[in-house]
Design a protein around this ligand. Structure first.
Ligand code: ARG
Length: 262
């Protein structure tokens, strides 16, 4: 089943502020390398037969490449993002406008949330992260707007500040995740809901290996996540490794660059 993704070319990408532990403004990041790596990710999706739409990058919004944070789209309904940090605040309206102009039913959020960074959608449930960025009140707001049950998960490690840095859906029913990113109670919830999940190692998590995108049979994943790739292959998935090392300097990977339109 072909997917539809929204992406944003990193034309204004930079690491010039630090809002997560991966970002070091002194070290910065190379825009041309980021653009080249991002083009590789876009090409990978297109080779798999997925449709990629583009939103115009906005000058002064260096993190806008991380489209996953721009909204949450389920069944053509678009729940807008409301960013936790002022540096990214203008991205919310920019993404919501893109959808409104194309006739989607949009909802401006009343509570802080960073879109698919903290909301991951399965067939019958949305998994939602909180602890660093997204307010728990937004979980209820999303549930009421989208009509899917939302399960709150508590993130506890600042390196894994968004849910999508620690967990990804393999398909509509199963997931892969790194337990160390979650509170004890949330680990228990995940074990109960997904007894058959792929459990990632700390080494996989440290290269943002969980920030992956699966279409149900292919998994687009950071090339450095070696153990996780092996386990995915063992489970019968086709693994598509990508190099997004420059974008990782801002704390992002393949999933962060990808907003699914469903
Ligand atoms: N620098 C961005 C931030 O900290 C990275 C966002 C990564 N996106 C994601 N979906 N995890 O907000």
């Amino acid at each position: 089943m072909p997917k539809h993704y929204l992406m944003c070319r990193p034309e204004h990408f930079a690491v010039e502020y630090a809002i997560n532990p991966w970002m070091d403004p002194e070290q910065g990041a190379d825009r041309d390398t980021a653009i080249r790596q991002w083009e590789g990710l876009k090409a990978a999706y297109e080779e798999l037969g997925h449709q990629v739409s583009l939103i115009d990058p906005v000058e002064g919004l260096p993190d806008m490449v991380f489209a996953a944070n721009g909204a949450l789209v389920v069944g053509g309904r678009v729940y807008g993002a409301k960013f936790a940090h002022s540096e990214r605040a203008a991205e919310g309206p920019a993404y919501l406008r893109w959808f409104a102009e194309r006739g989607y039913a949009t909802k401006e959020a009343s509570f802080t949330n960073e879109g698919e960074g903290d909301f991951l959608t399965l067939d019958e449930v949305i998994l939602a992260g909180t602890g660093f960025r997204t307010d728990k009140a937004a979980h209820l707001e999303a549930q009421e707007f989208l009509g899917l049950p939302v399960v709150t998960l508590q993130l506890v490690d600042p390196r894994y500040y968004h849910l999508d840095t620690a967990l990804f859906p393999l398909d509509g029913r199963n997931i892969a995740y790194y337990p160390g990113a979650f509170s004890q109670g949330s680990q228990e919830v995940l074990r109960r809901m997904f007894p058959d999940a792929v459990i990632a190692t700390a080494a996989d998590a440290e290269v943002l290996g969980l920030n992956a995108v699966s279409d149900g049979s292919h998994v687009v994943i950071n090339v450095e996540a070696q153990e996780l790739q092996l386990e995915l292959k063992r489970r019968g998935y086709e693994v598509i490794p990508v190099d997004l090392s420059e974008l990782r300097k801002a704390g992002g990977g393949p999933k962060c660059c990808t907003l699914e339109i469903r």
